[in-house]
Design a protein around this ligand. Structure first.
Ligand SMILES: NC(=O)c1ccc[n+]([C@@H]2O[C@H](COP(=O)([O-])OP(=O)(O)OC[C@H]3O[C@@H](n4cnc5c(N)ncnc54)[C@H](OP(=O)(O)O)[C@@H]3O)[C@@H](O)[C@H]2O)c1
Length: 295
């Protein structure tokens, strides 16, 4: 049996949908079953409740499990959450853990969450379990966070200057995770995955404009302006500070502008372009669906 964690979140739910599409049985760990109703109805998906921070709640989730896809929220407890799951999985007889992190994962990174992912990866690599790392670039869905101002002002506001990024489609990551969990030969390997193009924010705005048939502008703002807006929106101060550091690294050029086609090629996945993603989400970018506002 394969267990996927973090399945009420963005990437975890995409992975579960991929398993269902492939008609491959999978177990899905949730903290709160009431939030997982959409997953419960998918064929072959067994939803199990448990809290990764409380190993005593994980018995049923880990029973008979051979492989785990490890995902949880980027929050202050991410290291404790994921390391607790790794230790519980080992005790329960799990053989192999695939850890989802990010392309900038490094113990030396100034970006809090890249450092935390590296600490977890280090713990996993020294756990005695077989491991694989899947390291995606920025998710394309990050631009759905900009829907409120795209709808209201036909513009989005970020402090990225002329930095280029290589956003990747969640569905491509989900296909890669599915392949890493269901085919042999990936143990002890790290897979970087990005979108097929390095795009500036002006180019992203052009793609969104084409998809919705109306001009959308990118407006570069001062870092302090973004911090003020995020704090006013209720984002915790430590996250605002972490994102501010990430923005600075992006402006300086921290390697996130590098396209990584190797995982798509190795696993036989067709890379989704940002233009395709924007067309698929045209209703969201027009504010017609209401699904993604303020993601
Ligand atoms: N956004 C990006 O551009 C990007 C790029 C590269 C990598 N990443 C990484 O991708 C990862 C996942 O991101 P995401 O956007 O999918 O996160 P997300 O939407 O916040 O989902 C995380 C899920 O983890 C669950 N979770 C958290 N703590 C848990 C616990 N103690 N026990 C059980 N479940 C728990 C949450 O459950 P609840 O629903 O109950 O809260 C949630 O469903 C993060 O580690 C992030 O650093 C993100």
């Amino acid at each position: 049996m394969i267990l996927v964690t973090g399945v009420n979140g963005l990437i975890g739910s995409a992975v579960i949908r991929e398993f269902a599409r492939q008609q491959y049985p999978v177990r899905a760990l949730v903290r709160n079953r009431a939030k997982a109703q959409a997953l419960e109805t998918l064929p072959g998906v067994e939803v199990v409740e448990g809290d990764m921070l409380r190993p005593e709640t994980l018995g049923r989730a880990l029973d008979g499990v051979d492989r785990v896809l490890l995902i949880s929220s980027p929050d202050q407890q991410m290291v404790e959450t994921q390391c607790t799951l790794i230790d519980a999985a080992k005790r329960a007889g799990v053989r192999h853990i695939v850890k989802l992190s990010g392309v900038t994962t490094s113990l030396d990174s100034p970006f809090l969450f890249s450092r935390m992912h590296a600490e977890i990866a280090h713990h996993l690599e020294h756990s005695g379990l077989a491991w694989t790392q899947l390291r995606p670039s920025q998710f394309m869905t990050e631009y759905l966070r900009e829907v409120p101002t795209i709808v209201a002002e036909r513009a989005f506001f970020l402090p990225f200057e002329d930095a280029k990024l290589t956003p990747v489609d969640l569905e491509d990551i989900a296909k890669a995770a599915f392949a890493l969990l269901t085919t042999p030969g990936h143990e002890g390997k790290t897979y970087m995955i990005s979108g097929p193009e390095a795009l500036s924010m002006i180019e992203i705005a052009e793609q969104i404009s084409l998809a919705i048939g109306e001009a959308v502008r990118y407006v570069n703002i001062a870092p302090e302006e973004r911090k003020r807006a995020q704090l006013a929106a209720g984002i915790p101060a430590y996250v605002v500070d972490a994102l501010d550091v990430q923005s600075r690294l992006r402006r300086e050029g921290n390697g996130e502008e590098v396209v990584h086609p190797e995982t798509h090629i190795a696993l036989g996945i067709r890379p989704t372009t940002f233009a395709e993603f924007a067309r698929r989400h045209a209703a969201d970018f027009r504010g017609e669906s209401g699904h993604f506002e303020g993601v």
